[in-house]
Design a protein around this ligand. Structure first.
Ligand code: PLP
Length: 455
């Protein structure tokens, strides 16, 4: 037997004790978040309609490290630390001198990285007295993660699931129901906005922007009875995900290597921020030069084709206005199988860093991501979530580029979730039904529908 090591495991004591807050190291000032009604900088009181004060404080915090509460760490221990794996069989299949590592966040209790923030958000809501939460979900990974977390802290949960995914991934609904949540396909008949949208667009596949509007509306109209929870985009969500990158740094040390490039797929930006920001901290403070690459679908090319502007976080214009790369809040993405990447905007922190050249972005088409996902599954044995297959596509492209250049490049990507409940998507690919939905859009088309804000 060879003594080549494949898996790098940390002990439970190695689980990070603090989250890393990139805001403390941001090389540029943070743009304001605006109230969707007044278009003035938002106040904590306004945000408190949606979020508990403890999370609002985290959202605005400039502290570099924030303690992870013991109760949250105890639940993290159910699946964390997650393994870092050297993809030796994929390296061989590609015949590349590159070393490829992946962090398996699909090993979490609900199958993706989303639990890292779901548990924290449910905990802080519980501490602040929330009894019931509302949320949206794209492919169902976020909804599943929040459903199990609400179950742990004895809270009710109402989930608005993008209808394209609701019907394509019926077993996600069953998982959420098993954890005790109520699920509605969005646009739904359950909210004023859902009813209005459905009347105007009866066959809409839905979008994350619409589902967010519905979940926000329910919280806003609940007279304080319900709070809203968002699975990505916001500062505190990216901060909770920093456990991923912090663990990777220790595990890469165990492997006696350091990544030249770190890769993650981006929907709202949380798993990418989670894996990349601790390495960016090393770039900024220790002179490291790791490239950080965000991968998006060509059907929703927010970073690569969007406008950097102030826009609403949701379609109904109820959610706060953020400065971000956007395709426009009323943009309805093609119903690609990577439902978690169908968002018109992007985390403001990722946008600031991309705009200033600290991180890179690429867009990859849907058929090529499935080809990469299948190549990974055949080499490594894990069927990846279609979202994660975007990161795999770029990791393989990096490894092939290293081969052409004869470089021993060290590549790390985040496997944000497994795809065992996405088999209808793989079936569609096997049947030759997965199409290239590359979006053509001009800056003027996006600009036409942006809010008129003056700051
Ligand atoms: C498996 C998986 N990866 C990635 C994403 C994209 O989200 P984010 O960019 O916040 O990591 C999702 C979103 O639902 C997801 O389910």
């Amino acid at each position: 037997m060879s003594n080549e090591q494949y898996k790098f495991f940390l002990c439970e004591e190695d689980l990070p004790k603090q989250w890393y807050n990139i805001r403390a190291d941001m090389p540029m000032p943070t743009p304001p978040v605006l109230n969707p009604q007044t278009k003035e900088p938002i106040t904590p009181e306004f945000l408190n309609v949606l979020f508990p004060m403890s999370l609002i404080e985290q959202e605005m915090s400039t502290e570099r490290f924030i303690d992870i509460p013991k109760e949250v760490r105890e639940i993290y221990k159910l699946w964390r630390p997650t393994p870092l794996i050297r993809a030796r069989r994929l390296e061989k299949a590609l015949d590349t001198p590159a070393h490829i590592y992946y962090k398996n966040e699909g090993a979490s209790i609900s199958g993706s990285h989303k639990c890292n923030t779901a548990v924290a958000q449910a905990y802080y809501n519980m501490i602040d007295g929330t009894k019931s939460l509302t949320t949206e979900t794209g492919a169902g990974q976020w909804g599943s993660a929040l459903a199990i977390s609400c179950n742990f802290f004895d809270m009710d949960l109402e989930v608005y699931m993008v209808s394209a995914s609701y019907y394509a991934k019926p077993y996600r609904k069953v998982i959420m129901q098993t954890y005790g949540a109520d699920i509605y396909p969005s646009p739904s008949d359950h909210t004023d906005y859902g009813q209005k949208f459905k009347a105007e667009h009866p066959s809409s596949p839905g979008s994350l922007g619409i589902a967010i509007s519905e979940a926000v509306e329910v919280a806003v109209k609940s007279n304080g009875q319900k709070k809203y929870s968002l699975g990505s985009v916001l500062n505190h969500v990216l901060m909770h995900q920093s456990v991923i990158g912090q663990e990777c740094i220790k595990q890469m040390e165990m492997a006696d290597e350091y990544p030249d490039v770190v890769i993650g797929c981006v929907g709202g930006g949380s798993n990418f921020g989670g894996v990349a920001f601790p390495f960016l901290h090393m770039n900024l403070t220790q002179g490291r030069k790791t490239r950080l690459v965000a991968v998006e679908p060509t059907a929703t090319p927010t970073l690569t084709k969007g406008l950097y502007a102030f826009d609403y976080g949701d379609t109904a214009m109820l959610a706060p206005i953020l400065k971000m790369f956007t395709l426009g809040h009323d943009f309805i993405p093609a119903p690609i199988h990577a439902g978690g990447l169908r968002y018109h905007g992007m985390a403001p922190q990722i946008c600031m860093l991309y705009d200033a050249g600290y991180i890179e972005a690429v867009a990859v088409p849907q058929p090529a991501t499935f080809a990469a996902g299948i190549q990974f599954a055949q080499a490594e044995g894990i069927v990846p979530a279609p979202e994660s297959a975007h990161a795999i596509r770029t990791a393989i492209d990096e490894a092939l580029d290293a081969k052409i250049k004869g470089e021993k490049r060290v590549i790390l990507f985040n496997l944000s979730g497994h795809g065992l409940l996405d088999l209808a998507a793989y079936d569609a690919y096997h049947q030759g039904e997965v199409v290239d939905d590359t979006l053509e859009i001009t800056p003027d088309e996006i600009r036409a529908n942006l809010p008129k804000v003056y700051v």
